[in-house]
Design a protein around this ligand. Sequence first.
Ligand SMILES: *Cc1c(COP(=O)(O)O)cnc(C)c1O
Length: 193
Amino acid sequence: RRFGLEAERIVCGNGSDELIALLSRAYAGPGDEVLFSRHGFLMYRLSTLAVGATPRAAPEKDLHTDVEALLAMVSPRTRILYLGNPNNPTGSYLTAAELKELRRRLPAEVLLVIDAAYAEYVEAPDYDSGEDLVRAGDNVVMLRTFSKIYGLAGLRLGWAYCPPGIADALNRVRGPFNTSAQAQAEALAALED
Ligand SMILES: *Cc1c(COP(=O)(O)O)cnc(C)c1O
C-alpha cells in the first residue's frame, strides 16, 4: 500500500541478504554462471559460491557499472545478473534508460536482479528503482530493505518485488518462519513513521 505495489508479488526476507541467497539457490547451481559488476555488493559473489555456481565479474569504468562489459560476459550458462543500483560500495548507478536497455539486450532467460537497497537516497530525476521493469515481464526482480534508509539493519527485514512465478519459487525455498513477528511489527511502524 505504501509504495503502490501488489502484496502477492512481495516476498519478505531476513534482510535482503537472505533474498539474494534464496534467488541464487532457486536459479543457479553447479555449471551455471552468475554475473555482476566488478565492485558489486559482496553478497552477489558469496551467494553464488555458496550454491556451487561460478561468479563472473565484469570490469567497470570509473567505478561505474559498464553495461557493454556486462553484456559481453553473458554466456549460455548465465542464469542471474545482480545489479546494485545504486551500488554499494561505489555509490554509482545506472539511469532508468540504461537499466531498460540492459534488460532489453539481456537474453530473456537471464534473471535481472535490481538491488535497490539505497533507492530512497537518490534524488536524480533520471533514476528509477525498477518496479515498472518487474511488472513488464517475468524476468526482473527488485530488492529493497529496511536496513539503510530506516537505519534498521539489526532488525533484518528486506523484501523482493517479483513476477508471480518468481514469488512462488521464493516462497517455496524460503523457510516458512523466516521473518520474526518483531521485525514485521517494527517494519510496519517504520513505514508509518
Ligand atoms: C546493505 C545492502 C544489502 C543487504 O541489506 P540487508 O540488511 O540484508 O537487508 C543488500 N544490497 C546492498 C547493495 C546493500 O548495500
